[in-house]
Design a protein around this ligand. Structure first.
Ligand SMILES: O=C(O)CCC(=O)C(=O)O
Length: 238
């Protein structure tokens, strides 16, 4: 498996035999983009928030985000309904909806902490977003299975901005030709470790060819929150 690990400065120091962190890594304003490329995969990754701001945003998200309850916590896989193995919610512009695994989500209205994160992504990337899916993994038992973000409602070829807070979890890309028993080719999966306060830009055509997942990791005891900002097609109301 190809492995890319971009750690926060403190982790770099601990793992690097007491080496001082590089200046650009210590200051998220100057954190460099890391380009992750493979056949049909184009992603850019960097730290977006410094440690203190990331901690503050994580705390605010824990206090202010209200996750779906009841029927909205189930999803359909091969015709059978299952509990979603994590908490989930969508926020966004009022006229939008989003269908995922047989469930149509209506967004809750934007709240200040989400506007702040979304605006920072826009300033750093030049892309605008009108919808966000938030996933909360209480520990390493919570997970998300392999899927592509290729829903019909997404603006064609628009990038998806994935912002992570909390525990560092493996994020695995697998090429569509290299999945399961019917694999026709052996393309190595790509494993990323998405750090607290980081941004992963998943650009076209990544979600055409590559599935992604956050697998269970029993040794992870801390929570993680991931926000995927998306641009959805706005359908004019009659
Ligand atoms: O938690 C993550 O990093 C992935 C979330 C995800 O795959 C999704 O929202 O579609």
């Amino acid at each position: 498996m190809d492995r890319y690990v971009v750690k926060r400065p403190a982790e770099e120091e601990a793992g690097g035999g007491g080496k001082r962190p590089r200046a650009e890594a210590a200051d998220p304003e100057r954190a460099p983009w890391q380009e992750i490329r493979a056949e049909g995969l184009s992603c850019d990754y960097r730290l977006l928030f410094g440690r203190a701001e990331a901690d503050e945003l994580f705390r605010q998200l824990e206090e202010e985000v209200q996750y779906f309850e009841g029927e909205m916590t189930k999803l359909q896989v091969f015709g059978k309904w299952h509990d979603i193995p994590r908490k989930q919610v969508t926020y966004g512009d009022p006229e939008l909806t989003y269908t995922y695994s047989g469930v149509t989500f209506s967004p809750k209205p934007w709240i200040p902490v989400l506007n702040r994160i979304r605006d920072r992504v826009t300033v750093e990337t030049g892309h605008t977003f009108n919808f966000v899916v938030i996933n909360r993994y209480k520990d390493g038992g919570d997970h998300i299975g392999e899927h592509r973000d290729d829903e019909r409602e997404l603006v064609p070829r628009s990038p998806i901005a994935s912002v992570t807070f909390g525990a560092c979890r493996d994020f695995v890309f697998r090429h569509c030709d290299s999945r399961g028993k019917n694999a026709t080719r052996h393309i190595k999966p790509i494993r990323l470790q998405l750090a607290h306060g980081s941004l992963l830009m998943m650009k076209y055509p990544t979600n055409v060819y590559w599935y992604h997942s956050v697998p269970t990791r029993k040794r992870v005891l801390a929570p993680r929150i991931n926000l995927t900002f998306r641009k959805m097609v706005t359908v004019a109301k009659k």
